[in-house]
Design a protein around this ligand. Structure first.
Ligand code: COA
Length: 423
């Protein structure tokens, strides 16, 4: 048995933010029924196509373990089918542009009337306020949520990060909201509306930067490199390059082979507790007692010199050798792993975090499996559905359409072309 077995999710999500949420719920055992426009489907099916004619990796990697029904929700019979789906399901998840569900005739009030136990969960770009009507994508959220202004180097422009904290990050927030609402429904018997705005989700992940914003009132941020370099602080949390976010100074340093390999680097943290071991490893044992070097506050104005010296040492080792030497000494380091290295990592494949998935149109591909491991609810990653692959199955098994009724619905054009489920 899986944790969310028996929970039915009406999945109206598209692109990335919503689909990451419903994919997690599917991995935890929910029956996720993805509703897509007949003949069109989620736009990502045909975005960044690498195998002509097949669903893209963009789509397949975000929609595992789901079923797909095609349904035109603007068609009268389509509205009838949607009404029945709303009555059958526990949760409706959507990340349409603001107002789209209302325009369809299925806003929160209408849904509550149809199914008072339903949880209606939405991703929007912004919460209520002056930007609530905006359409929003990943990088807009990173900029509006405080990530871009605090990422990058002091002397450069704001930078967006490769981690999809606006889309996938908000999907995670929404998933937590949904299971929490399901838990509350156990006691209240009522559904509720769950909203995860992307700006808020990004800001939640940038919490330490708002911490630093307020610390500025008490003086310069001493753990930032710019303090040691004598550069004055302005009014807002500055960009801190690769400085460590906590109180322990850290940097990205070159390793052996950096001239030709863009990822031959390591992260190196000069944690105070292991300072003496660091001094021994890099061949500067006298720094352990030398005035100006022995304690963390004394070292703050010498961080560039100290990290230059450590880098002289890391440049004589590969990033993995640095890891092998420092790990047993409790010196916190981390190799900069490329996506190629991660995809081929045997450890991650063993734990199911990197998974090879067979697909009838595109052959085998790699994906990121469930990053949350539960001892009583194991995850088996299955491929994403083809467009409308389960329309007939859902109409019959979930909604009980049969005989004349089924013929009426299919002839109305509301559900598009019916397909038999592929192997
Ligand atoms: N049958 C009939 N119509 C359907 C349908 C279906 N099964 N599914 C969707 N539609 C319609 C919608 O009702 C909407 O119509 P309307 O504008 O006439 O009301 C239309 O398709 C387009 O939906 P929309 O969400 O506006 O798509 P978009 O491509 O224009 O915008 C986003 C995409 C992502 C910018 C927008 O959905 C958005 O801002 N979402 C919230 C924030 C978000 O999740 N952003 C991150 C995406 S990773």
């Amino acid at each position: 048995m899986k944790a969310l077995e028996g929970v039915k999710i009406l999945d109206f999500t598209h692109v990335q933010s919503g689909p990451t949420c419903t994919q997690l719920l599917a991995w935890f055992g929910a029956d996720v029924i993805k509703v897509e426009r007949p003949g069109v489907g989620d736009a990502t099916r045909k975005q960044l196509v690498d195998v002509p004619g097949a669903d893209s990796l963009y789509f397949t990697m975000l929609n595992h373990n789901k079923r797909s029904i095609t349904l035109n929700t603007k068609n009268e019979t389509g509205k009838e089918v949607l009404t029945r789906l709303i009555k059958e399901c526990d949760v409706l998840v959507e990340n349409f542009a603001p107002g789209a569900l209302d325009r369809m005739g299925f806003g929160w009030e209408a849904i509550q009337k149809l199914n008072p136990r339903m949880i209606m969960a939405s991703v929007k770009g912004f919460g209520p306020g002056k930007y609530e009507d905006c359409k929003v994508y990943e990088n807009v959220a990173q900029c509006a949520g405080g990530s871009a202004s605090t990422t990058g180097f002091l002397d450069g422009p704001p930078v967006v990060t490769g981690a999809q904290i606006g889309d996938s990050g908000t999907g995670l927030h929404l998933a937590l909201g949904i299971v929490t609402a399901l838990f509350q429904r156990e006691r209240s018997g009522r559904g509720q509306k769950v909203l995860a705005p992307m700006q808020d989700g990004v800001l939640n992940l940038c919490r330490v930067k708002l911490r630093d914003q307020q610390r500025l009132a008490a003086g310069p941020l001493k753990e930032y490199s710019q303090f040691g370099e004598g550069i004055p602080f302005g009014e807002a949390t500055p960009r801190a390059g690769n400085d460590s976010g906590g109180g322990q100074p850290g940097r990205i340093l070159k390793c052996k082979g950096w001239e030709n390999d863009p990822n031959a680097y390591t992260y190196f943290i000069t944690q105070a507790a292991v300072w003496e071991k660091i001094c021994d490893v890099i061949g500067e044992p006298e720094w352990k007692t030398r005035p100006g070097y022995a304690t963390p506050p004394e070292r703050l104005d010498k961080l560039n010199e100290i990290f230059d010296r450590i880098e002289q040492w890391t440049m004589t080792k590969t990033k993995f050798e640095v890891m092998d030497i420092c790990n047993p000494l409790d010196i916190p380091v981390g190799p900069i792993l490329s996506m190629k290295e991660i995809m081929e990592d045997e450890g991650l494949q063993k734990t199911g975090t990197i998974v090879k998935v067979p697909h009838p149109e595109r052959g085998d591909y790699y994906t990121v499996g469930c990053p949350i491991k539960m001892s009583d609810s194991p995850v088996e990653v299955t491929r994403s559905p083809l467009l409308g692959e389960h329309t007939l199955e859902i109409l019959k098994d979930v909604l009980g359409y049969d005989g004349e009724d089924l013929a009426r619905v299919t002839e109305s054009g509301a559900v598009g072309e019916l397909k038999q489920a592929a192997e």
